[in-house]
Design a protein around this ligand. Structure first.
Ligand SMILES: O=c1ccn([C@H]2C[C@H](O)[C@@H](COP(=O)(O)OP(=O)(O)OP(=O)(O)O)O2)c(=O)[nH]1
Length: 144
């Protein structure tokens, strides 16, 4: 399936009484079932090809049900689909459980969120501006 994504402005977004899900489910589009052994991963085809407006990306994310119940997640979450990508969307699934997991054709394996992103340039500078945090990070403020 080939789809063109169209940005809907805020006032056109559905009300919470209707479906306001951020994620669109992605289904496996595979000829044969694929079994992932514990810690095994595979790129699962979705049969989806898309065209995004410039300045948008699609993020491929895990489904919480599959993660919580089966230990199946998206290895590179969130996977990035670039606006200029015209190939088939693939989902890199990994099995983080202790048992085999079989993906059937048509199964909902992940979800996709369309997001706007900034476009930026960068320049080399001698100094960075000072801040309170400075170089503190990675737990520098403690855990409580
Ligand atoms: O989960 C994913 C991630 C990426 N892609 C496709 C769309 C994306 O536009 C392209 C490149 O992705 P990314 O930039 O993450 O890959 P890379 O490893 O940096 O490879 P490249 O050199 O092709 O950019 O691969 C997917 O289908 N699924």
């Amino acid at each position: 399936m080939k789809i063109r994504i169209i940005n809907k402005s805020e006032h056109e977004l559905p009300h919470y009484e209707t479906d306001a899900s951020a994620g669109m489910d992605l289904r496996a589009n595979i000829e044969e079932p694929i079994t992932l052994k514990p810690l095994e991963r595979a790129i699962i085809k979705t049969g989806l090809y898309m065209e995004l407006p410039i300045g948008f990306e699609a993020q491929v994310r895990p489904r919480s049900g599959l993660a919580a119940k089966k230990g199946i997640t998206v290895l590179n979450a969130p996977g990035t689909i670039d606006a200029d990508y015209r190939g088939e969307v693939g989902v890199i699934l990994v099995n983080l459980s202790n048992s085999d997991f079989t993906i059937e054709n048509g199964e909902r394996i992940a979800q996709m969120v369309i997001a706007k992103h900034e476009r930026a340039e960068w320049e080399v500078v001698e100094e960075l501006s000072e801040t309170l945090r400075g170089a503190g990070g990675f737990g520098s403020t403690g855990v409580k």
